[in-house]
Design a protein around this ligand. Structure first.
Ligand code: DGL
Length: 265
């Protein structure tokens, strides 16, 4: 159970994929209380227009802020690729984005496959990132329908066949550039027979650093909490006793997936 002064952190994804990042955040910053918002009313994001995505993410971040969060983690590569820069300009709390782990993969591997959603694959942000490693042969593949299949399958407790969605080829390393894919990290590693990288650990580390930079003497994070306490409903206050609070339409689904993947925490 957390104390009332614990920093509150919002974690956002289009659906369940961000739970894989939430687990890493909770591992690296266990002192925080987490508000998880999976926008699965609008998932998958991967085939939507950047403008639409930016609208949904902006609304979700505003909603998370009602809970007094002192930071928001965009646990969604697609949302980060589309609108993290814009959000950082307009949102008063720090935004931690997730980035495909191209750098660690490129340090160890020559032929790298970066698996993303179609929107992330076309994004300028990913293009800039991959250009930084001219010594590597980097293939970016935006898998149409893979995130949707995972979202649907896992949230209904059904089996998911991912292999039909994966491109063939020989690679020395695979980067999971969509948080949904991390549920199948092991299977993807076996399919390609090579190491798999994702951005969850780096994101958790960034959050841990950010929280430790918030001066405990001045309780920086509480500024946001105090300002927003009046928005707290009774239910939210009750939930505040738990470490992870699920918001949004997918609450039940997320609880199901979260509970069945207890090893993530
Ligand atoms: N999980 C998200 C990502 O990391 C996007 C999945 C989707 O909604 O298409 O990109």
């Amino acid at each position: 159970m957390q104390n009332d002064n614990a920093p509150r952190v919002g974690v956002f994804d289009s659906g369940i994929g961000g739970l894989t990042v939430l687990a890493e955040c909770a591992r690296q910053a266990p002192q925080a209380i987490y508000y998880y918002y999976g926008d699965n009313a609008h998932a998958p994001y991967g085939a939507r227009s950047p403008r639409e995505i930016a609208g949904f993410v902006g609304a979700a971040v505003r909603r998370l802020r009602l809970y007094g969060v002192c930071a928001v983690v965009l646990a969604c590569n697609t949302a980060t690729a589309v609108c993290v820069d814009m959000l950082r300009k307009t949102c008063p709390v720090p935004i931690v984005g997730i980035e495909p782990a191209v750098a660690p993969a490129a340090r160890r591997c020559r032929r790298v496959l970066v698996l993303t959603t179609p929107v992330t694959a076309r994004s300028e942000r990913l293009c800039r990132l991959t250009e930084g490693f001219p010594q590597c042969d980097i293939t970016v593949y935006g898998a149409p329908g893979l995130a949707a299949a995972i979202e649907r399958g896992l949230s209904r407790g059904e089996g998911v066949t991912i292999f039909d969605h994966l491109p063939s080829g020989r690679y020395d390393g695979v980067v999971l550039g969509c948080t949904h894919y991390a549920f199948f990290r092991r299977e993807i590693g076996l399919f390609y027979g090579c190491p798999v990288f994702d951005g969850a650990r780096g994101t958790g580390a960034r959050l841990r650093q950010l929280l430790s930079d918030m001066d405990p003497g001045t309780d920086d994070h509480l500024l946001f909490t105090r300002n927003t306490n009046k928005c707290f409903s009774k239910k939210a206050k009750y939930h505040h006793k738990k470490q992870v609070i699920f918001l949004g339409k997918c609450k039940k689904i997320n609880e199901y997936v979260y509970n069945t993947n207890i090893c993530f925490i």
